[in-house]
Design a binder for this molecule. Structure first.
Ligand SMILES: NC(=O)c1ccc[n+]([C@@H]2O[C@H](COP(=O)([O-])OP(=O)(O)OC[C@H]3O[C@@H](n4cnc5c(N)ncnc54)[C@H](O)[C@@H]3O)[C@@H](O)[C@H]2O)c1
Length: 368
């Protein structure tokens, strides 16, 4: 039977979630909720479901709801996630929260701990690796075509320039760490998906002169160097409309191993694979031509239905809370790395060990 789904926060992204739940055969969209009446009403009318103006009322009126998407925003695009996500968890719902899981890492720890203690499914929309290139790349890692990680480089953000800069954004972007918190959940999630846990972080955060002149507090340039628990190093460069990305465009991920290298271009679009066995002669400066898979998909929006479908599948299949894909714990990991990067920046680029994650298995109350 289709899961009964509801969405809280009917901005652009909430409407995207709602439309996906309406179209997916695993789900039935039953309600939408926004504290702004006009937004809830507009979405409800368009989608043919009931509108609510408070989550409390929605949960009380429709106890049959199985899944709640939390698509509120707030400063750093996440300060309004904690309360509705916790409220929906406390009502025993399966919750899919947008990224960043929270704006404050202490809230995120509490949310993830609550979900784990109560064996509830808490997922996060870490959609950037729910793609065909990422699936194929993971298959190659599992088939040992890549070997031991040597390095990864993730370049991601928004193209722009000094002349296209329009000044400080809306209140949600008016904190120094709004870009690193709101956005870096994505690249950190991709790096962790392919390379595992990060155990050390060093960061330099900055902004171009035009932002400083316009008194824009956002540190829009994030240069972050990491070390992985299983070996290998990684580099993440993210910027928010200060420059044009060169090779690889707005989203590229290069992963070099001792047996082969892959590069994903434009998130959804292309996967290149350089096979070490095709290298002629001794190790040299000549690279063999890559094998390239072009998916024919260029719209990043394609990641949303794929990721939401994965959550619906996990709930439908009764996957245990600790094994769901892109879990709240996975999202907490990205926020721990973000806060480690902030800590490093505030200490002149010092090496920071991210705060430990809650254990994946066992009785969490013994640890927290
Ligand atoms: N995964 C992705 O690729 C991706 C892309 C863009 C944005 N996002 C995330 O999606 C989220 C939403 O972004 P947006 O641009 O649609 O935001 P938005 O501000 O346009 O919409 C949020 C809505 O939530 C409502 N709201 C706030 N608190 C509420 C509450 N307690 N109960 C009910 N409604 C409440 C607001 O009135 C608003 O209408 C953000 O967290 C953002 O980071 C994710």
């Amino acid at each position: 039977m289709a899961l009964k789904c509801a969405v809280v926060g009917m901005g652009g992204i909430g409407n995207t979630h709602a439309g996906i739940y309406k179209d997916n055969p695993l789900s039935e969209l039953v309600a939408v909720c926004d504290i702004v009446k006009e937004k809830a009403d507009a979405a409800a009318e368009k989608l043919g479901v009931k509108a609510f103006y408070s989550l409390k009322d929605m949960l009380a009126a429709m106890p049959e709801i199985d899944v709640v998407s939390v698509t509120t925003s707030g400063y750093d695009n996440g300060s309004m996630h904690f309360e509705p996500a916790m409220e929906a968890l406390q009502a025993g719902k399966n919750v899919l929260v947008e990224k960043p899981i929270c704006a404050d890492v202490r809230d995120a720890r509490e949310l993830v701990t609550y979900a784990a203690r109560n064996k509830l499914r808490l997922g996060c929309n870490l959609n950037h690796y729910f793609t065909e290139p990422a699936d194929r790349a993971m298959e190659m890692i599992q088939q040992d075509k890549i070997g031991e990680l040597v390095y990864c480089i993730h370049k991601v953000g928004f193209n722009g320039s000094e002349t296209k800069y329009t000044g400080p954004g809306s209140p949600r972007w008016q904190t120094p760490y709004s870009h690193v918190k709101a956005f870096c959940a994505h690249p950190f999630s991709v790096m962790r998906y392919f390379c595992g846990d990060i155990v050390a972080v060093q960061a330099f955060l900055s902004k171009p002169g035009v932002r400083a002149t316009k008194r824009d507090p956002m540190l829009s340039i994030n240069s972050i160097h990491v070390k992985f628990a299983d070996g290998g190093v990684g580099y993440l460069i993210s910027q928010r409309g200060d420059a044009m990305f060169g090779l690889g465009g707005w989203w590229s991920y290069e992963h070099a191993g001792t047996k082969g290298t892959f590069c994903i271009e434009n998130c959804v679009e292309k996967l290149h694979f350089w096979d070490i066995d095709k290298m002629t002669g001794p190790a040299s400066m000549a690279s063999p031509a890559p094998e390239t898979i072009n998916t024919g998909v260029s719209d990043f929006g394609a990641t949303f239905p794929t990721r939401l479908n994965a959550f619906l599948e996990d709930v439908t299949n009764n996957v245990p809370h600790e094994h769901i894909r892109a879990s709240g714990r996975d999202a907490l990991a990205t926020l721990e790395y973000t806060f480690a990067a902030i800590d490093s920046y505030e200490n002149g680029g010092a090496l920071v060990v991210p705060y430990r994650l809650p254990p994946l298995h066992g009785d969490i109350s013994r640890v927290f």
